[in-house]
Design a protein around this ligand. Structure first.
Ligand code: CIR
Length: 283
């Protein structure tokens, strides 16, 4: 089992209201409320016994509070990823400074073009890293990650994410209308639907309930109507659970964990959750 002693977060910027979203019907995040929720998140992390490094807001990148995506930290090295979302790719340059405070240059690795990878697609289970093949993380990114991890005696397992056909409208036929079906992933990142709580316990929702890769774990199934609640984080025997997911909360408590609840409603509006708001590690 790991024990984290350090966490990096970045304050949400005003532009967080314009973060990428797959759910515009939820409305835009309210900046002040996002800041309050971020404060509560930091307090919860501190209660779990970690030192929290708080980076300044970066207005150039609306999604930059989701620091989990531009970097991945393991027990042996840090990896600067290569985010697949164009508007987020520059975030990798901005996280390096914080990583250098904890890791020497020879222990910082990089995912390079044409490989793409976002940390939200990576789930650590001891020395094994499960990686979602997603809209943001491609096969070459996973290959590079595997090579890096092998060098340090760790390994990676690719987990393809399922796609569904979405209707997309365009405007280029005779009547000015067009309708096409495009295959899109059901979830943004791997950890949108599966999260490891140590002690062989894994929270699983949706497609991850039946994935063969996770058969060996004690799977705690999250009901469909609470799927967002699958994104909980384990921090030193406490599990932080998003507010408003009572059956997830109960399931986690029944496993014997201490729990803390944090409201993430503003981040949810732009597909963000508890895990993406921090980099949790030991150094
Ligand atoms: C994005 O689409 O990139 C952000 N709006 C949400 C990122 C969430 N990150 C994560 O789950 N690791």
């Amino acid at each position: 089992m790991v024990k984290f002693n350090n966490v990096i977060v970045r304050r949400p910027c005003r532009a967080v209201c314009d973060g990428i979203t797959s759910a515009p019907e939820l409305g835009q995040p309210i900046y002040e409320k996002a800041l309050q929720q971020h404060d509560t998140y930091i307090e919860a992390l501190k209660k779990c016994g970690v030192e929290v490094t708080v980076l300044e807001a970066d207005e150039r990148y609306p999604d930059s509070c989701f620091v989990e995506d531009p970097a991945l930290i393991t027990k042996a090295c840090a990896i600067i990823t290569n985010p697949g979302a164009e508007s987020r790719n520059g975030e990798k340059e901005e996280i390096i400074g914080a990583i250098r405070k904890f890791f020497p240059e020879d222990k910082i690795e990089y995912i390079k073009d044409p490989g793409t990878l976002e940390g939200g697609d990576v789930m650590m289970v001891d020395d094994t890293f499960y990686v979602g093949l997603s809209a943001r993380t491609n096969a070459e990114g996973i290959r590079q990650l595997g090579e890096i991890l092998n060098k340090y005696g760790m390994k990676c397992v690719q987990v393809p994410l399922e796609k569904v056909l979405h209707l997309k409208t365009g405007v280029n036929n005779k009547y000015g209308m067009k309708c096409v079906q495009v295959p899109l992933e059901k979830v943004l990142h791997l950890k949108t639907g599966v999260n490891y709580l140590e002690h062989n316990n894994m929270l699983v929702a949706g497609e991850f309930i039946t994935k063969p890769e996770f058969e060996q774990y004690n799977k705690v199934v999250v009901p469909e109507e609470e799927a967002y609640g699958a994104n909980c984080i384990w921090v030193n025997e406490t599990v932080i659970v998003p507010e408003g997911y009572p059956s997830v909360l109960k399931a986690v408590q029944d496993l014997g964990y201490e729990t803390l609840i944090v409201d993430t409603s503003e981040f949810r509006k732009i597909d963000g959750g508890l895990s993406c708001l921090s980099l949790r590690f030991w150094a």
